[in-house]
Design a protein around this ligand. Structure first.
Ligand code: FAD
Ligand code: SF4
Ligand code: SF4
Length: 460
């Protein structure tokens, strides 16, 4: 048996930096077969325990080995609605692949790459359509079209309910389209999944801000929705609250990425303005920081420095994104924290003053706490800083339903089993409940909520 993992074919560095096309090229059938052959088909399948939605990993890999790609895709879809998306963006090295018995030798099966292979196969070879289920007579509203909302909508439609998704932005997909860049997750992949939802009869209405354009009372009383799922996400950026953060040149990753990804500022056919910095600094160490750095490089920055207050080992970003960012030329300034931003004579951002850090005792997250080293301040020139230090629930979530219970950070409080809020018939899931998390976690919430909503409707 071949023991070495089969690497993902990737675009060359020069191809990557020349545009926004996808870096990972996907396995060919031959490569997928070779990787699937390495799987030991473990009886106790520890890899499944690492997957938040319990994908039957040995089961779908066995079907790949047998050349039954459609069945392999359908096997994944039993628990994961969007394999082509999750195969691309799940932090596999901390989930399914971390638990693979071969991980100890550094040779874990590339489960994500195989999942992407069959997800893409299902898109290019759509399976025969199953009959749409008989209508239940109930209408369900889904607010927010991120992975939580879309997964809920799909399952509810399959259960026979008439589903309408309301999305504030002009394009559905949530972070999948406004946050994660094309070179990691092409929008066409998301559009293909949306096609399937529409085929199931899901209506998607964009440019509707629930709480403003329409109220929950409108949805219930005027439009007849018997239940509502809230998948509002956590899209409000966090800033550090340090001096100079309001200078022109300092912006949130959320704004920067939305302008580029959703509003296509990189595309000459669009007139969306976006600052293209020369010496860009990005603050943070997660996926959002990696995405922002790599986008800045593609927009023509001469230098992109990523400032992170811990070390590489504590970076929350996917390992592949960290590697890609570094290969593409992002410079990591580790154990460094910004203290204040400095302006030039015209009042624009000119530099960031930083302090060096060292790691102390672990904090409540279990990671070692970064501690400033007194007297180690230094200044770094920069004409654009992108803040990627986290996001929180938008305070406007309160407007959606004033009676709904939220914690002090704005997260909607739900029953952990059913995801029901304190308002009868209203359920919530995804980042709006747990804070910034992962696509697969949000998707799992959407599916759980759909089952609970079905139960609620049929027993009410
Ligand atoms: P979202 O995806 O945030 O969707 C919420 C939607 O609700 C939005 O479209 C919003 O416009 C809409 N909405 C909000 N309020 C209203 C309203 N009142 N009316 C109508 N619509 C409303 N996770 C990973 O697993 N892997 C990654 O590689 C990864 N990379 C990321 C990169 C970036 C740049 C970001 C920002 C996040 C990343 N994440 C990643 C995290 C992941 O994308 C989120 O955890 C996930 O999208 C949360 O899904 P959601 O459905 O809860 O919310
Ligand atoms: Fe792994 Fe994500 Fe697929 Fe689960 S959904 S098997 S965690 S890639
Ligand atoms: Fe295959 Fe690894 Fe899962 Fe075993 S643990 S079934 S080798 S993927």
């Amino acid at each position: 048996m071949k023991l070495e993992p089969i690497p993902m074919p990737e675009a060359s560095i020069s191809e990557r930096l020349a545009g926004f096309s996808e870096v990972n090229q996907g396995y060919s059938e031959e490569l997928a077969q070779a990787e699937a052959e390495r799987c030991l088909q473990c009886k106790n399948s520890p890899c499944v325990e690492g997957c938040p939605v319990d994908v039957d990993i040995p089961g779908f890999i066995k079907l790949i080995r047998e050349g039954k790609y459609t069945q392999a895709g359908l096997k994944i879809k039993e628990t994961n609605t969007f394999p082509a998306i999750c195969g691309r963006v799940c932090p596999q090295e901390r989930q399914c692949q971390e638990r693979c018995v071969l991980a100890k030798r550094g040779k874990a099966i590339n489960i994500g790459y195989l999942e992407r292979f069959v997800g893409d196969y299902l898109i290019s070879h759509p399976p025969e359509q199953t009959e749409r289920p008989a209508l239940s007579g109930y209408k369900v509203a889904v607010v927010g079209s991120g992975p939580a909302g879309l997964a809920a909508a799909g399952d509810l439609a399959k259960l026979g309910h008439q589903v309408t998704v309301f999305e504030a932005l002009h394009r559905p997909g949530g972070v999948l389209v406004y946050g994660i860049p094309e070179f990691r997750l092409p929008n066409i992949t998301v559009d293909n999944e949306l096609k399937e939802l529409r085929r199931l009869g899901v209506e998607i209405r964009t440019d509707v801000v629930v709480g403003r354009t329409l109220t929950i009372t409108d949805l219930r009383e005027e439009m007849g929705f018997a239940a509502i799922f809230l998948g509002l996400g956590a899209g409000a950026p966090i800033f550090l609250g340090i001096e100079g953060e309001n200078l022109p040149g300092v912006m949130s990753a959320n704004e920067f990425l939305t302008r580029v990804n959703l509003m296509r500022a990189f595309d000459e056919d669009y007139d969306t303005p976006v600052q293209r910095g020369r010496n860009v600094t990005v603050i943070g160490g997660g996926n959002v920081a990696m995405d922002s750095s790599r986008v800045a490089l593609r927009l023509g920055a001469e230098s992109v420095k990523l400032l992170y207050r811990r070390t590489r080992a504590e970076m929350p970003a996917r390992v592949e994104e960290v590697r890609h960012a570094e290969e593409e030329g992002v410079i990591f300034e580790l154990l460094v924290n910004p203290v204040r931003f400095l302006a030039d004579d015209d009042g624009n951002l000119a530099a960031v003053e930083c302090i060096r850090m060292e790691l102390g005792e672990p904090d409540e997250s279990g990671r070692r706490r970064p501690v400033p080293i007194p007297g180690s301040e230094f200044t770094m020139e920069t004409d654009q800083t992108i803040m990627a230090v986290g996001a929180r629930v938008n305070p406007s979530a309160r407007l959606v339903l004033p009676d709904m219970e939220q914690d002090e950070k704005g997260h909607i409080i739900v029953d952990p089993e059913t995801l029901a809020t304190n308002v009868p018939g209203v359920f919530a899931g995804g980042d709006v409940v747990v804070g910034e998390e992962t696509v697969i976690r949000a998707l799992g919430d959407g599916r759980r909520a759909a089952a609970a909503i079905d139960n609620y409707l049929r027993s009410s």
